[in-house]
Design a protein around this ligand. Structure first.
Ligand SMILES: *Cc1c(COP(=O)(O)O)cnc(C)c1O
Length: 402
């Protein structure tokens, strides 16, 4: 508790304040009940078909294939893109590991591309440099971090120039637009996620998005153990058990009725932080004028001059508090003290022990933007069920850290 004399300045949260937890509305249960009532409780049924239609309409895409997760959607995207053993795949560095793991499932070798400061996403300049170094690269995986679109036109133009296939990982950015066009439609193959903490959730699940009918059909077949049309179980391809269940799709149908509300809620949270923290030496996760993010997570970046000493080993973090200064570790520890959940920025992939031998390409030699954002950035509680009063308390906790 922050106490001054005998006055309690900030109360601890009685119930934990989450980073981003599911927000349910009731309609979800009606669609789930429909699955039960009709006994279509497995991987076939109306909810799956309807959810795929709703997502296609919403995104303005040709085909959506309901799958068990965003990760499995990305895996099938890698297969569709033809990633094979030993192939170089150019990937966003500052992202969740699920962006990259599917590359390795197919034996591909991720090469990590640094971020730029305007969106925190893949830097087109670094991408171009990576193509100079790896002209044989044929696939690029770009993620839209925290719901903010990457510089998608520039990245796509570079891919076109080098004859490479673009895969967009829109797991965090469903509903965000770039030049008025929905994210999740810029790649030849794209993935969205319905994981528990995303902008909407089906409890779990994801979709592969594409305009290519043949690709969609292939993905659907692979996802159901690659059964051929034959009187028996006939297999000509390796198969997977990746199809979405009709129950899970029912939750998604209910959630899609409220996606706009969720985005508005996230934007409200972002704006209140921006206003409430404006006197601190920080900036919010930025976005350019041609984008409308879905504001999935609100993050701050502490000015360099206002960072206190912070040290991070592979498994532990410590800091030395300084007057008027702070660091992500101090802010996160303070949030925990008050029963609120924050999160460090994704630790860049090139710093992960599993990828220690993989190459990392920056725009400028010796300048690592993703490492810098990781060191100075932190995700704040961004749950849309957080009340204004609760968020004002979070703001006080952050202020008291400096
Ligand atoms: C959540 C997430 C995924 C994976 O989605 P799942 O549905 O959890 O498998 C992939 N990429 C990014 C950037 C994510 O945030």
């Amino acid at each position: 508790m922050l106490v001054q004399g005998d006055r309690i300045l900030i109360e601890k949260f009685e119930k934990k304040l989450w980073l981003s937890s599911p927000t349910m509305h009731g309609e979800e249960q009606e669609f789930v009940k429909l699955a039960f009532d009709t006994n279509w409780v497995s991987t076939l049924g109306e909810n799956i078909i309807k959810l795929e239609e709703v997502i296609c309409d919403y995104l303005g895409c040709g085909y959506a294939v309901g799958l068990s997760s965003g990760t499995s959607s990305l895996h099938l995207a890698m297969k569709l893109a033809g990633v094979k053993q030993g192939d170089i795949v150019l990937c966003s560095d500052l992202t969740f590991s699920a962006s990259v793991n599917p590359v390795t499932y197919e034996g591909g070798i991720p090469v990590f591309i640094d971020s730029e400061y305007e969106t925190w996403n893949m830097d087109p300049v670094a991408l171009e440099r990576a193509f100079e170094k790896y002209p044989e690269a044929k696939v690029v995986v770009v993620a839209n971090l925290y719901g903010t679109p990457a510089k998608l036109d520039e990245i796509r133009a570079i891919c076109d120039k080098h004859n490479a296939i673009l895969i967009e990982d829109a797991a965090e950015s469903l509903g965000a637009t770039y030049n008025g066009v929905m994210t999740g439609t810029f790649g030849t193959y794209n993935a969205i996620s319905f994981n528990g903490n995303k902008i909407i959730t089906c409890s779990t699940g994801g979709m592969l998005i594409t305009n290519d009918k043949k690709a969609a059909d292939k993905a659907r077949k692979w996802s159901t153990q690659s059964r051929e049309m034959a009187p028996w179980y006939q297999h000509e391809d390796v198969g997977y058990n990746y199809r979405m269940s009709n129950i899970i799709a029912g939750i998604g149908r209910g959630q899609m009725l409220h996606i706009q509300e969720h985005i508005e809620g996230k934007k409200r949270v972002y704006k209140l932080y921006k206003e409430g923290l404006k006197d601190l030496p920080i900036t919010m996760n930025p976005y350019p004028d041609n984008c409308e993010p879905n504001f999935w997570l609100s993050c701050i970046l502490i000015d360099r001059d206002s960072m206190c000493e912070q040290s991070r080993t592979e498994h532990e973090a410590s800091f030395v508090s300084g007057d008027g200064k702070s660091c992500p570790t101090e802010i996160l520890e303070n949030l925990i003290k008050y029963n609120a959940e924050g999160r460090p920025i994704w630790k860049p992939m090139h710093l992960q022990p599993i990828f220690k031998d993989n190459d990392f390409v920056t725009a400028v030699d010796e300048v690592e933007v993703s490492t810098d954002i990781f060191e100075r950035g932190v995700c704040l509680p961004s749950d849309i069920k957080m009340t204004k009063e609760q968020q004002l308390r979070v703001i006080e906790i952050v202020k008291s850290s400096f």
